[in-house]
Design a protein around this ligand. Structure first.
Ligand SMILES: Nc1nc2c(c(=O)[nH]1)N[C@H]1C(S)=C(S)[C@@H](COP(=O)(O)O)O[C@H]1N2
Ligand SMILES: [Mo]
Length: 218
């Protein structure tokens, strides 16, 4: 009998007898390897900075025509954008139908006007966190700097006063407690990206760690 057939059948038998973990299959909304939750867990570096609204500023600068430093009043006076999206954390939980309200990334880009040299965006937060994304990822129509979640101001544990939401990427690509946005002419890796996480972070391709990136290249 064919040796490969026997190996397959053994593997099938192990799986059926529950000795091998059942693979979670993707549905239309659940990316591979994820499970749905409804309790919105908190993921952070152990620092939850309290930033009073009268001290809060958002600096937006770098390869742009019109760098700005916005205070809370100026930021929240910008056109309000609302978007409902699913949220995928690399630690395998996903939560559906998150209602985010804030300022579209497009609105900020219109304000500062990225120069033709700009290719990437670096995000820095009040807790020392950072992350990076290509400019075209940030300019997707569902990307925003949110100050409300499900109808209420975003709590401190979830990244208030304002946090970046990039629904099509794993959630570490969206900085909570956002403080500074730098437009760059090259890529600079952020906090988790220098610690072995994937730089592209696409949940549908299961780009969790940087070895996935190199596997794609080889
Ligand atoms: N400033 C900051 N932003 C951050 C993080 C962080 O530790 N600090 N964690 C990231 C990770 S890994 C995830 S999954 C989400 C978690 O958001 P939540 O705590 O609201 O669920 O925020 C991301 N943005
Ligand atoms: Mo995460």
């Amino acid at each position: 009998m064919n040796h490969d057939f026997i190996l397959r059948k053994e593997r099938w038998a192990r799986k059926m007898s529950g000795q091998e973990k059942q693979e979670i299959r993707s549905t239309d909304r659940l990316p591979p390897g994820q499970r749905e939750v409804t309790n919105f867990p908190v993921l952070d570096l152990g620092i939850q900075p309290e930033v009073p609204l009268d001290k809060w500023t958002l600096k937006i600068h770098g390869h742009v025509e019109n760098p700005v430093i916005l205070n809370w009043e100026q930021f929240t006076a910008l056109p309000r954008f609302r978007d409902v999206s699913d949220f995928h954390c690399v630690t395998t939980w996903s939560q559906f139908d998150m209602v985010w309200e804030g300022v579209a990334f497009f609105t900020l880009a219109d304000l500062v006007r990225p120069k033709p040299s700009c290719s990437h965006v670096f995000f820095k937060s009040y807790d020392g966190y950072s992350t990076n994304n290509p400019l075209d990822v940030c300019l997707d129509d569902d990307v925003l700097i949110a100050h409300h979640w499900n109808g209420s101001p975003i709590s401190t544990v979830h990244g208030g006063p304002a946090r970046v939401i990039i629904p099509k990427k794993y959630a570490w690509k969206g900085a909570k407690f956002i403080r500074e946005i730098t437009f760059l002419d090259r890529d600079i890796l952020g906090f988790w990206e220098v610690r072995g996480y994937s730089n592209s972070a696409d949940p549908w391709l299961e780009e969790r760690f940087s070895d996935y990136d190199s596997r794609q290249l080889s």
